[in-house]
Ligand binder design. Structure first.
Ligand code: NAP
Ligand code: FE
Length: 368
C-alpha cells in the first residue's frame, strides 16, 4: 500500500467558531485583506463576526468585495493589487467557493509578479497565509489547495494550487449557510456529494480516504429526504457542512474526475451553477462507470440507503431538473474543452479518451 497524506489546514468546526476563536487571527499578522462576494458575506453574518474578532484583537483590515460567482483571473488581479496597497499580512476569504478560491489566488499574487501561465502552473514559492470561512456547504475549498478560476482567454475554467494555497486555518460554522437560497443550497450539497463520490471512484483513491468518502456519502444520504422535502433544519445544515468539509479533504488527496472536468463547460458556456452542472453529468458518469466499478457503485448506493442507481438518478433529476439537449456543434466544443482538464480525466477510472468524453456529453442530454 502507498499513502501520501498532507493536510496542513487547522480546522475548527463548531457553532460560533469565529467568535470562540477570535484571538487566533493574531497568529497571522497585523493587517488582513477580507475577500468576499458582493452580498453573501454580510447577509450570512460571517463578515460582521470577523470584523468584530479583528477589532477585538487590534488587527486592521481592508475589504475586497468584488468576487463574482466563478471568479476570473482579472478579478483576483484586482484583489491582489489591493492586498499590496494595504500591505496585508494575510488574507481572509469569506463566502462560498468563489471568494475562498479567489482568496487563494490573491494570496499568491500579492507576493509575486506572475503571468497567468506562471500562476496556473504553480510557478511560485511564496503566498500570504490564508484563513477560510465558508458560507456555503459545498466546495470544501476551506481544506483544499485548489483555486478554480475562469480563463476568458481560453474559454474555460482552470484550477491551480500547491501546498502554499492550503488555507492555514478554516473556521467552519454551519449557521452562516442558513441564509443561502434553497436552490443554491441544493446545488452546493450535490457538489459536496460529488467530491466524495468522485474521490471514492478516483484512480488516486486510498483505503484511508475511502473511509472518509463513504462516511460523507452516508451523511449526505441521511439528508436526501430533507433535500427533497425542502426541510432546511439546523441539523440538516450542520450535516451538509460536514459533508462539504470531508468532501474537500477527500479531493485534496484524490483529485476530482470527469464530472468536474465536464461540469466546467456547463458553467462556462451556459452559466449553470457549479453543483447543478455536476448533477447534470451524474447520469452519463454512472453509465460509463457502472460496468467498470460495479461493486463500488453498489457500495455508494448502500451508503445512501438506495436500491439502485436509477432510484438515485430519479432523486437527482427531481432536485435539479434536466439539462437542455445540446446540438452536435456544442457537443464537439464541450468535448474539446473537457480534454484540457487532463489531470481530472487521468483520475477517472478506465481509460478515458476523446471518444468516451464525447459519448458522455451525448448521453448527458438525451431528451426524456
Ligand atoms: P459561490 O459561487 O461561492 O456562491 C454562489 C452564490 O451563493 C453567490 O451568489 C453568493 O453570493 C451566494 N451565497 C454564498 N453564501 C451565501 C450565504 N451564506 N447566504 C446567501 N447567499 C450566499 O458558490 P459555491 O458553489 O460555494 O462555489 C462555487 C465555486 O467554487 C466555483 O467556482 C467552483 O468551481 C469552485 N469550487 C472550488 C473547489 C475547491 O476545491 N477549491 C471545489 C469545488 C468547487 P455573493 O456573490 O454575494 O457571495
Ligand atoms: Fe466542486
Amino acid at each position: 500500500m502507498k499513502l501520501n497524506f498532507f493536510l496542513p489546514t487547522r480546522v475548527i468546526f463548531e457553532s460560533e467558531a469565529v467568535s470562540n476563536y477570535a484571538a487566533i487571527f493574531k497568529n497571522y499578522g497585523q493587517t488582513a485583506l477580507l475577500v468576499t462576494g458582493k452580498r453573501s458575506a454580510k447577509q450570512s453574518g460571517a463578515y460582521q463576526d470577523v470584523v468584530f474578532a479583528l477589532q477585538e484583537n487590534d488587527i486592521s483590515f481592508e475589504a475586497f468585495d468584488q468576487v463574482e460567482n466563478n471568479p476570473s483571473l482579472e478579478t483576483v488581479q484586482l484583489g491582489a493589487a489591493l492586498a499590496k496597497k494595504a500591505k496585508a499580512d494575510f488574507v481572509i476569504g469569506i463566502g462560498g467557493g468563489s471568494p475562498l478560491d479567489a482568496a487563494k489566488a490573491i494570496a499568491v499574487l500579492a507576493t509575486n509578479e506572475l503571468t497567468p501561465d506562471e500562476l496556473l502552473s504553480n510557478t511560485f514559492s511564496t503566498a500570504l497565509p490564508i484563513v477560510a470561512i465558508p458560507t456555503t456547504a459545498g466546495t470544501g475549498s476551506e481544506v483544499t489547495p485548489y483555486s478554480v478560476l475562469v480563463r476568458n482567454d481560453i474559454g474555460t475554467k482552470v484550477s491551480f494550487g500547491n501546498q502554499l494555497t492550503f488555507p492555514q486555518l478554516a473556521l467552519v460554522d454551519w449557521k452562516y449557510t442558513t441564509a443561502v437560497p434553497e436552490k443554491t443550497s441544493v446545488y452546493t450539497a450535490i457538489d459536496a456529494f460529488t467530491h466524495s463520490f468522485e474521490g471514492y471512484l478516483s484512480k488516486r483513491n486510498t483505503p484511508l480516504i475511502n473511509s472518509w468518502a463513504l462516511d460523507a456519502i452516508a451523511v449526505f444520504g441521511e439528508c436526501l429526504q430533507a433535500l427533497l422535502a425542502g426541510e432546511w433544519t439546523n441539523e440538516i445544515r450542520e450535516k451538509l457542512m460536514y459533508v462539504s468539509l470531508v468532501g474537500g479533504m477527500v479531493i485534496t488527496h484524490t483529485g476530482v474526475t470527469s464530472v468536474h472536468a465536464m461540469g466546467y463547460c456547463y458553467t462556462y458556456y451556459q452559466g449553470i451553477p457549479h453543483g447543478q452542472a455536476n448533477a447534470f453529468l451524474l447520469r452519463s458518469y454512472l453509465q460509463y462507470l457502472e460496468p467498470l466499478e460495479e461493486e463500488k457503485i453498489q457500495k455508494v448506493m448502500k451508503q445512501l440507503s438506495l436500491e439502485s442507481t436509477e432510484a438515485f438518478l430519479t432523486i437527482i433529476d427531481s432536485l435539479v431538473g434536466l439539462p437542455r439537449v445540446l446540438n452536435p456543434e456544442e457537443i464537439t466544443e464541450y468535448s474539446a474543452k473537457t480534454m484540457i482538464q487532463e489531470k481530472s480525466l487521468l483520475n477517472t477510472a478506465g481509460n478515458i479518451n476523446k471518444e468516451i468524453v464525447r459519448a458522455m456529453w451525448s448521453q448527458a442530454t438525451v431528451e426524456k
